[in-house]
Design a protein around this ligand. Structure first.
Ligand code: ZN
Ligand code: ZN
Length: 153
């Protein structure tokens, strides 16, 4: 098999995603053997996932925060409580995303009640870790977006 981009050169590897042949130079263009087209595609998918997370964080935060702020005693609470409420509300999605990485898929076979309990427990845990995972994930995602922007095409 020859390189997809350089038909006169012998392929030394294949693209991880589409199995096109890649010559020595093309194999080393990125960190692992992948063709330009598939790499762009992966970057697009990754970018979309990051924007989606930002969107969900904003939406989830607005819903939960407006719920907390609509409480009758909210106005009397001190400044610290209000700040924490903000972090708490907007952190749920970040917490949830963090948990996604460690919760296995074995729960897929659960009955409906099991799912409800699973989601409730996961929601509470997300709230517990979300308020400090929020800044960590924002920094991580922004860094990754900048990185993606600077990867040579
Ligand atoms: Zn490819
Ligand atoms: Zn090549």
């Amino acid at each position: 098999m020859n390189c997809f981009n350089h038909t006169e050169l012998v392929a030394v590897s294949t693209c991880q995603d589409c199995q096109k042949g890649l010559c020595n130079e093309c194999s080393h263009k990125y960190k692992f053997p992948i063709c330009t087209e598939c790499n762009l595609n992966r970057m697009k998918i990754e970018k979309r996932a990051i924007y989606k997370e930002f969107g969900l964080t904003l939406l989830g935060g607005l819903i939960i925060y407006s719920f907390i702020a609509s409480g009758t005693t909210y106005k009397q609470k001190d400044f610290g409580f209000k700040i924490f409420s903000l972090f708490f509300s907007f952190g749920i999605v970040s917490g949830w995303r963090t948990l996604n990485r460690i919760t296995p898929n074995i729960f897929l076979a659960l009955p409906l009640v099991g799912w409800l309990i699973y989601f409730m427990v996961k929601f509470v845990l997300s709230a517990m870790i979300g308020w400090f995972m929020l800044p960590i994930r924002i920094v991580k995602n922004v860094k990754r977006l900048i990185e993606l922007k600077n990867i040579p095409k």
